[in-house]
Design a protein around this ligand. Sequence first.
Ligand code: SAH
Ligand code: SF4
Ligand code: F3S
Length: 474
Amino acid sequence: MYDHQIPLTDKDLDQSIQGQVFDDQKKGRRPNAKKYYIESYGCAMNFSDSEIVASILAGEGYHSTKEAKESDLILINTCSIREKAETTVRNRLKQFNKIKKQRPAMLIGILGCMAERLKAKLLDQEKLVDIVLGPDAYRDLPNLISTAEEGERGVNVLLSREETYADIAPLRFASNGLQAFISIMRGCDNMCSFCVVPFTRGRERSRDAFSIVAEAQELANQGYKEVTLLGQNVDSYSWKNPDTGENVSFAQLLVMVAKVDPDLRVRFSTSHPKDITDEVLYAIRDYENICKYIHLPVQSGNSRILKLMNRTYDRAWYKNKVDRIYEIIPDCAISSDMITGFCSETEEEHQDTLSIMEYSQYTMSYMFFYSERPGTLAARKYEDDIPLETKKRRLREVIDLQSQISLATNEKDVGKTFKVLIEGNSKKSDQEFKGRNSQFKMVIFPKQENYKPGDYVNVRIESATAGSLLGQIV
Ligand code: SAH
Ligand code: SF4
Ligand code: F3S
């Protein structure tokens, strides 16, 4: 896809920005400098990290290529969230090793969550890589390249309690020059029982608020129109100013970034139902450029399952949060993540997920069937006892219901006028533009002279599908 901007949540290879590659050859770097090829999988956090890695490599005089075949170094930034994500990466590594047979001096490195989870296994046992680098060790990449060039094991999977890469300016290779991610924190201290992220990304830490604001300012200066603040649980952002001793909360950070430039839209992902505060909701309400859109994953609509998942809220709490959002920000859109067929889930409990989707009126959702991950709380404590067909059938029901709700919420927008940031040509036609409204809905409309990507236009909606709104510039 990336129909959606890379949300924190859509970690899956099958749905995602897979194989996004970077080529800076046209920029006229030294012809004899070493070339690297990078491919990124998983969530927005990983794509943001690849921009850090690209920046580190550029500092070492490396330049990038879109052709794995002609590179000296292949890097693959990986995801472990579901089994399928790892299978895809393994297949990719096998393909890369075929290329390496022709170019024996070439190095293959694995980065990201799978590197952290499997550590040296892919190097020592499976012999698929030369370099293994966990998400907190990217500064060590130049050293590990030298180590591997000398034929030694290049492994660093140390997790850190401090690393935020705050001082490294990301090299925004995959960007359209309008929209960018800003990583505001790393790691996760929640222990959702199904989730591998706390193990692959380590402890939660928040980045210096001033470095975040400076990055947003720099992007605005360069003509960017939208930033997305990234963290696994942005509502627990908390940074203590060492000079004043004062604490900056997520709500305060949102306002600081919103004040950078009224023309710079601010988005964020992901919010956790247990942590999102009224202050955050007031900030969204009060600042026009903070988008009226909250990704608030529910995972399940059933309180017993939520307890087994260790989500620390129940059905009633979640519904209250939804009520509060619509009360404070009536035009807010909410989206979600759902997992079907979690350990011991009954048909009735699955029905609770369907009914909470109706209740919440999600504009869209990322939907998955449960995939047991080794080492997680659920893998250790609960039996993965729902048959695959049942998990998949429940997933189909969830997906079908979501398309109905998406269509219904979109149809309610017919007749309304939205401010849309033009992102580029629509997929179908170069006579049409696509862009998003504040609610993160995709809007398609015929081009008019004088307008170009990066402009804001008002679009009156004339019709709707489950995936987009169609209208005219007014
Ligand atoms: N930090 C975010 C999301 C992180 S993972 C949050 O707390 O919401 C993104 C999504 O992947 C999760 O919301 C969940 O729906 C899904 N997911 C995570 N682990 C999974 C597993 N073991 N099987 C299936 N889906 C999973
Ligand atoms: Fe995983 Fe839960 Fe942390 Fe999200 S909040 S990354 S689902 S442990
Ligand atoms: Fe993201 Fe996948 Fe890691 S979802 S944090 S890349 S396990």
